[in-house]
Design a protein around this ligand. Structure first.
Ligand code: PGA
Length: 236
């Protein structure tokens, strides 16, 4: 089994004061620990989080703009994220697809911008409840993957995050059988690391992370509590 990715997505939570408290309660990483623990705080706390974690853990951003600079009020570019210490970036999270109307085309451009800036894109895909009920999961995922990677030669850097929309923030994760099946189907489309997200908790984390084609977990709600997330990462 390869190294796992444990990714904390804080979403729109935590000021620098909260982040400071968080890391005072988060355990140190033992030397023998080999998995990747990545924290994705909001943009305003990126630099500060990097200062606190140093090289002990990795830093990820939650979003990126597809241009490097210019008249894009309110946006943050890949160059700025790298400057803040980020190594990874979440792209195409369903909350951004839904609330910020991000299209497959925009997501493709964002992935290109991330790669240009040396950031590792964590590309989020997932079907909604209707699509699942209508058995269109496979079609949706292959459309999302194929448009995400259009025109990208260097695919080796990408990570795919499978996050069924109906499982995000609902307290109901996909079943082990569902995740195994979907991970298998994704591997047929593209051979990249696949992580799972959607109501991961300290109770179900180990079982999900142990699924053969699953390389890690993307954790929202449960990552906000340092003890719960440390447990998910098998640090305590
Ligand atoms: P959740 O969120 O763990 O709160 O379901 C996961 C995500 O949206 O990345």
């Amino acid at each position: 089994m390869g190294q796992k990715y444990y990714i904390a997505n804080f979403k729109m939570n935590k000021t620098t004061v909260d982040v400071k408290q968080y890391f005072s309660a988060f355990p140190k990483k033992p030397k023998a620990y080999k998995d990747n623990i990545i924290f994705c705080p909001p943009a305003t706390a990126l630099s500060y989080t990097k200062k606190l974690i140093g090289n002990k853990f990795e830093l990820g951003a939650q979003n990126i703009h597809f241009q490097n600079k210019g008249a894009f009020t309110g946006e943050v570019s890949g160059e700025m994220l790298t400057d803040a210490g980020a190594k990874y970036v979440l792209i195409g999270h369903s909350e951004r697809r839904i609330y910020n109307y991000e299209s497959d085309h925009t997501i493709n451009n964002k992935i290109k911008a991330a790669l240009l800036n040396g950031l590792i894109p964590i590309v989020c895909i997932g079907e909604n409840k209707n699509e699942r009920n209508e058995e269109r999961t496979n079609n949706i995922l292959s459309r999302q993957i194929n448009s995400a990677i259009e025109g990208i030669a260097d695919l080796g850097k990408l990570i795919i995050a499978y996050e069924p929309i109906w499982a995000i923030g609902t307290g109901v994760s996909a079943t082990i059988e569902d995740i195994s099946q979907v991970a298998c189907d994704i591997k047929k489309i593209i051979n990249l690391p696949i992580i799972y997200g959607g109501s991961v908790t300290e109770q179900n984390a180990n079982k999900i992370a142990a699924i053969p084609n699953i390389d890690g977990l993307l954790v929202g709600n449960a990552s906000l509590d340092p003890k719960k997330f440390a447990k998910i990462c098998n640090l305590i």
